[in-house]
Design a protein around this ligand. Structure first.
Ligand SMILES: NC(=O)c1ccc[n+]([C@@H]2O[C@H](COP(=O)([O-])OP(=O)(O)OC[C@H]3O[C@@H](n4cnc5c(N)ncnc54)[C@H](OP(=O)(O)O)[C@@H]3O)[C@@H](O)[C@H]2O)c1
Length: 329
C-alpha cells in the first residue's frame, strides 16, 4: 500500500518475459536542485520498454545497450519512457513549474514512468500538457511524436514532398504520418490491410499492404522513406528514393549504421539513424499541434498499472496500433 514516503511502481529485476514485471512499493524520489517531481497519471508501454525488458536489441548493438540497461540485471528497474501528470513538488532553483501544473515529459533512456512518481530535470524534456486532452491522451503524444519529429528535423519536408512511412500503424508511424501530412507532404503508408482505415484517417494519401505488395516492386519513388520496422535497409530501398532524397532509419542494426555514411556519399542520398535528444521545445510543438487539432494521439488500448503484465504481453505481439497507455490511478 502506498504511504507518504512510498509509491507503487512496476518493477523488473531480471531481463525476460512480461511476467518479470511486478508491482512493488518503492521510495518516492525527492526532487534534487533543478528537478521537478511529477505525480504520474499516465504513461505508455512502448516497444522501447519491450526491448529493454526482453533485451530485444538490434543486431550488433547488445554491448552498447547493456551500458544503459544493465549487464546481468536491469540497472533501471522501473520502465516507462514518458509521463503525463501533475507537478507534485519542485527542487531548489526551479521557477518554470509550480505544484499543480499539468505536464507531459519524456524521460527517454532514464525511464521511470511506470510508477506513481518520477523526477525529471526542469530544463529537460518537459512541458505543459495540452489543455484540450486528458492526461491519458496526452501521454500518448510523447513517444512516437518526439521520435518522428526528431527524424523529420533532419530533412526538408514541405508541400508536395513524397514521404513513405514503413510501419505506418505503430506509435512512431502514426505520428510520422500526421506530422508529414501537417507539413503538406504526400504520404504513402505501409501497413497491413486491417490498418488501412487508421492510416488513411491520419492523413495517408495512399496505402501499401505489405502482405500483398513489396514497396520496392513498382516504379514509385519517394523523397523521404521513414523505416519504423527495420526491414527497409538502404540496399533494399535505394532505387525507391529520389535523387537527393533521404532514408530515415528509425530502427537499424549496427551494420546499417556503420555503412550509412559511405552509402550516403556514394549515392548522394541521406541515410540518417542518429537524432538529437528531444527537449521541451520539441514537446511544446507537439502540444501546440494537438491543441489546434492538427495532431491526435492514437491509443490502441489502456491498462491499469496493476495489469502491467498484460500490457507488456500485448506490446510484445508487435501488432499494437499507435500507443498502449498505462493508467496510474
Ligand atoms: N531511434 C529512435 O530513437 C527510436 C525511437 C522510438 C522507436 N524506435 C524504434 O522504432 C520502431 C517502431 O517503433 P513503434 O513504437 O512505432 O513500434 P510499434 O508501435 O510496436 O509498431 C507496431 C506496428 O508495426 C506494424 N508492423 C509490424 N511489422 C510490419 C511490417 N513488416 N511492415 C509494416 N508494418 C509492420 C504493425 O502493423 P501490422 O499489424 O499491420 O503489421 C503494428 O501496428 C521500433 O523498432 C523501435 O524500437 C526507435
Amino acid at each position: 500500500m502506498t504511504t507518504d514516503t512510498t509509491m507503487t511502481a512496476a518493477v523488473y529485476r531480471r531481463f525476460g518475459a512480461p511476467e518479470e514485471v511486478h508491482i512493488e512499493q518503492r521510495a518516492i524520489p525527492a526532487p534534487r536542485a533543478g528537478e521537478v517531481l511529477i505525480r504520474v497519471h499516465a504513461s505508455t508501454v512502448s516497444v522501447a520498454d519491450h526491448r529493454a525488458r526482453a533485451r530485444d536489441i538490434p543486431a550488433g548493438l547488445g554491448m552498447l545497450a547493456a551500458v544503459g540497461l544493465g549487464v546481468f540485471r536491469p540497472s533501471r528497474p522501473v520502465l516507462g519512457m514518458d509521463a503525463a501528470g501533475v507537478i507534485e513538488a519542485v527542487g531548489s532553483g526551479v521557477t518554470a513549474f509550480t505544484p499543480g501544473d499539468r505536464v507531459i515529459a519524456a524521460m527517454g533512456a532514464a525511464f521511470g514512468g511506470h510508477a506513481e512518481y518520477v523526477c525529471i530535470a526542469a530544463d529537460g524534456a518537459i512541458t505543459r500538457a495540452p489543455t484540450s486532452l486528458s492526461l491519458e491522451e496526452a501521454a500518448a503524444l510523447v513517444f512516437g511524436g518526439i521520435t518522428a519529429q526528431a527524424f523529420f528535423s533532419k530533412v526538408a519536408i514541405g508541400p508536395g514532398t513524397t514521404v513513405l512511412v514503413n510501419g505506418g500503424s505503430g506509435a512512431v508511424g502514426t505520428a510520422a504520418i500526421q506530422l508529414a501530412t501537417h507539413l503538406g507532404a504526400v504520404v504513402t503508408a505501409v501497413t497491413s490491410s486491417g490498418n488501412a482505415p487508421l492510416v488513411t484517417s491520419l492523413g495517408a494519401d495512399r496505402v501499401i499492404d505489405y502482405t500483398r505488395q513489396d514497396v520496392t516492386a513498382g516504379d514509385e519513388t519517394y523523397d523521404v522513406i521513414v523505416d519504423c520496422v527495420g526491414n527497409a535497409t538502404f540496399d533494399r530501398v535505394e532505387e525507391s528514393i529520389n535523387p537527393g532524397g533521404a532514408l530515415l532509419l528509425v530502427i537499424s542494426d549496427l551494420r546499417s549504421m556503420l555503412r550509412s555514411r559511405r552509402q550516403g556519399r556514394r549515392s548522394g542520398k541521406l541515410v540518417i539513424w542518429d537524432v538529437d535528444k528531444p527537449g521541451a521545445e520539441e514537446l511544446a510543438h507537439l502540444v501546440s499541434l494537438a491543441d489546434s487539432g492538427r495532431y491526435q494521439p492514437v491509443i490502441d488500448r489502456s491498462y491499469d498499472l496493476a495489469d502491467i503484465v498484460d500490457a507488456h504481453r500485448y506490446v510484445d505481439t508487435g501488432r499494437k496500433r499507435g500507443n498502449v497507455v498505462l493508467r496510474i490511478p
